[in-house]
Design a protein around this ligand. Structure first.
Ligand code: SF4
Length: 113
C-alpha cells in the first residue's frame, strides 16, 4: 500500500501546514473584506428594477444597472435616455422614486422626461 510507506509524521506535517495556511488566508480574507468594503447604494438596484431590463445598451450604458447608477448619481437627468422604456411603466415610477429618495446629505437627483 502507498499509505503504509508514508510516515505518520509526514502526514501530520502536511495537515499542520495546510491548516496554518487555511487560517492565514482566512484571516487575510477577513482583512480584505474590511479594507476593500464598498458600500452599495440600494437605490441603484431599485431604479434598475424600474427600467425595462432589456440590457440593450441603447442608452449608451453597458446595461440597465449602469444607467440606474448614473440616474441615482445625478449624471443622467433625463429618464428618456433609456430608449426602450415607456413613460407610464418605467419613467414615471423612476421620477416618483427619485423624488422621495434623496442622497444621504438630502440632495435630490430627480430626473425629468
Ligand atoms: S436603453 Fe433602457 S433597456 Fe436598454 S440598456 Fe439602457 S436602460 Fe436598459
Amino acid at each position: 500500500m502507498i499509505l503504509s510507506s508514508v510516515s505518520p509524521l509526514t502526514i501530520l506535517w502536511g495537515v499542520l501546514i495546510l491548516g496554518v495556511l487555511g487560517i492565514v488566508f482566512g484571516v487575510l480574507l477577513v482583512f480584505a473584506s474590511i479594507f476593500f468594503h464598498v458600500e452599495e447604494d440600494n437605490r441603484i438596484d431599485e431604479v434598475a428594477k424600474l427600467l425595462p431590463q432589456a440590457n440593450c445598451g441603447g442608452c449608451g450604458y453597458a446595461g440597465c444597472h449602469d444607467l440606474a447608477e448614473a440616474i441615482v448619481k445625478g449624471e443622467v437627468t433625463k429618464v428618456s435616455t433609456c430608449k426602450v422604456g415607456k413613460k407610464e411603466k418605467n419613467f414615471d415610477p423612476i421620477i416618483a422614486y427619485m423624488s422621495t429618495h434623496p442622497d444621504k446629505d438630502g440632495t435630490k437627483h430627480v430626473p425629468t422626461l
